[in-house]
Design a protein around this ligand. Structure first.
Ligand code: DAH
Length: 357
């Protein structure tokens, strides 16, 4: 029995992997292993012999099993150590300087605008890009015969023959979100709605899809003076020029009364446009006091609530702020252009941290 023990403990010690160890286990303490064979011989022994040999065999079996278990866990530890030695990673290495992706200037400018108006207490509202002509026109006091409908170069969705419901359009401006927000949230209300809009137009300053941000503030005592202050705050923050001059020109929109178009101060020197200096003016948005019919269309009583609205072209603002000469480049997905004009996605614009870096 001492020979058996010495033989198997040596084999266990020599086993170099789990397969070899399993072979030793079967030969020693498996059902047909050598220890089992010896156990079978117990039957032929005298009771006295059996009393000595039985416990000794059981002890041998226990000893071999214990050695097998110890070796098995030793082999597993060694295998893990070997893996850890080959599959290591130095987490203290610096990250790769190569930029893999950038934020499009329109995304960047939308974030900047949102950050500024958030500081002024405006929250962000959204509406569908495919909307009914009621939301896009009628509810905004642009009835069927109104010339503004024709001027907008609207994309109409196809309608099945005999379908008499309101036709759907690709929204031509973000103004329909005014109506949807009034319906959803009631008054008082302070929102901006950035998003894509569509018109059938294409040249250096027009693309079939572009971006606007709509603003709407409703309360019991809001006036044109509030509109002027909010817009001046906005332009100063956006162009990062304190006291930037603005000019309000009387204008006309069906959905506001009175209406104003707003220009900002600029100069043209040697074909170079500079914002916030000089004697020229650049038109940047439309605005006004919301027409009572529009407030009523939103389900709010215009005898109690009044307010201002405005619509800004985001693409135009991005071109002005970042010196981008051709609007069409925004949508061409030219990688070199995107790398040049793109922004780091980790620099989230905030008023305190700086809008653009
Ligand atoms: N919706 C107008 C457009 O796309 C822009 C606009 C003008 C929006 C005046 C307004 C506003 O909210 O008050 O041309």
């Amino acid at each position: 029995m001492d020979d058996l023990k010495a033989k198997y403990l040596a084999q266990i010690a020599d086993a170099t992997d789990e397969n070899a160890l399993e072979a030793v286990r079967l030969a020693a303490v498996g059902k047909k292993g050598e220890v089992a064979l010896k156990m079978r011989e117990l039957g032929k022994m005298t009771p006295e012999e059996r009393q000595v040999a039985g416990p000794a065999l059981n002890a041998l079996k226990d000893e071999i099993n214990a050695a097998l278990a110890a070796k098995k866990s030793g082999l597993a530890d060694a295998a893990l150590d070997a893996r850890l030695r080959t599959e290591w990673l130095d987490v203290t290495l610096p990250t790769r300087p190569r930029r893999t992706g950038t934020l499009h200037p329109i995304s960047q400018v939308s974030e900047e605008i949102t950050a500024i108006f958030a500081e002024l207490g405006f929250s962000v509202a959204e509406g569908p890009r495919v909307d009914t002509d009621w939301y896009n026109f009628d509810a905004l006091n642009i009835p069927g015969h109104h010339p503004a409908r024709a001027e907008m170069d609207t994309f109409y969705m196809h309608r099945a023959e005999g379908d008499n419901r309101n036709p759907h359009v690709l929204r031509t401006h973000t103004s329909p979100v005014q109506i949807r927000s009034m319906e959803k949230m009631g008054a008082p209300l302070r929102i901006i709605c950035p998003g894509g809009v569509y018109r059938a137009d294409y040249d250096q300053t027009h693309t079939p899809m572009f971006h606007q941000v709509e603003g709407l503030a409703l309360d019991k005592n809001i006036s044109m003076a509030n509109l002027k202050w909010v817009l001046e705050q906005f332009f100063a923050a956006f162009f990062e020029i304190d006291g930037i001059k603005t000019r309000f020109r009387a204008s006309h929109f069906p959905f506001t009364e009175p209406s104003a178009e707003v220009d900002i101060q600029c100069s043209w020197v040697d074909g170079q446009l500079k914002i916030g200096e000089g004697d020229d003016w650049m038109e940047v948005l439309g605005s006004g006091m919301v027409h009572p019919k529009v407030i009523a269309a939103g389900g709010i009583d215009p005898d109690i609530y009044q307010g201002f609205a405005f619509g800004i072209g985001i693409d135009r603002l991005a071109m002005l702020k970042y010196g981008i000469p051709d609007l069409r480049a925004f949508f061409e997905s030219d990688l070199r252009w995107l790398r040049h004009y793109g922004f780091s996605c980790l620099d989230v614009p905030t008023l305190h941290g700086g809008l653009s870096r």
